[in-house]
Ligand binder design. Sequence first.
Ligand code: TXA
Ligand code: MG
Length: 313
Amino acid sequence: MGIVSPSQESYVLAAKELRDGGMVCFSTETVYGVGCDTFNEQAIAKVYKLKNRPTNNPMIAHILDVSWTNQLCFGWSDSCNLLATSFWPGPLTIVLPKTESVPKSACGGFDTIAIRCPSHPVTRALLTEFDSPISAPSANKSGHISPTTARHVQDEFGDSLTIIDGGPCEKGIESTVISMVNHPTILRLGSLSVEEIRNTIGAVEIKTNVAQQNSPGTLMRHYAPNTKTNLLSKEEMDLISDLDCVAITIQGNPVLTKQVFQMPSGAQEYAKVLYSTLREADNAGVSRIVIERPCATPPWLAVIDRLDRCCSD
Ligand code: TXA
Ligand code: MG
């Protein structure tokens, strides 16, 4: 138990744990997940308990390829096909009405199910070995910062679970969630940009700040350090003079802080290190974390969404 290297042996053991109704943590290209058998209600209940997750917050079912959607959902349209052909395997999650065979508890009591086909070789090898969908939220306590390394998962849950270590996550923030139940609606901004989706299927509504009843995971303070965290403009950042504070900057240059984390100036590179930087800042032993707000241009929207939520009270 604890962190294990990816190997055929670890996949076989992990798949057995899943078949026995247990939980397994594993790397994906976005963030680490804590997974269980989608069709096993007791296993589902264990994940909610482990994460202290509200039971109305539905989980994403991970699949190996598009043919697995048949057992999970209805209403697979031409647009869904276009999305899957263009972006699967990858960081896109599609929400559709669920089939009878999926327990409601796996979907937060909803009649819909969120489905994602991940690209990470560790997730794919585990799915191949288990040969059935794996429901997996991010492997963190509910509301806390998502994990992007095996060590982060260990910091969240200790060594009681198997954690398959696929290295640091390539994307660093979660998948984009799109509902295809009616007209295409983005419920959570994420690794895959809205432009890419619009270029593929046309008009898409974005509902990530309002009417969140459709995706309760996006309702609350989320992705948050334990330390009080504020978002500042570059000008405000430049005035900070406080040794009991750490700064996460892009261009800002605070007068005085305990530590400065200088972040990459590109959105994708920034996203990749965001959660690990937030964890490091949280461990710095200060009373406050200040973060410079990036300019709200399209490539930054998902990062800004995470920053807004991690700073909200
Ligand atoms: O990148 C990711 O998506 C990662 C990796 C592990 O795959 N998973 C992840 O899971 O971020 P989680 O549970 O932390 O976030 C799932 C999000 C939540 O905002 C949840 O509300 C939404 O997906 N969601 C899941 N099922 C849904 C459904 N049936 N309808 C609407 N939203 C749903
Ligand atoms: Mg999460």
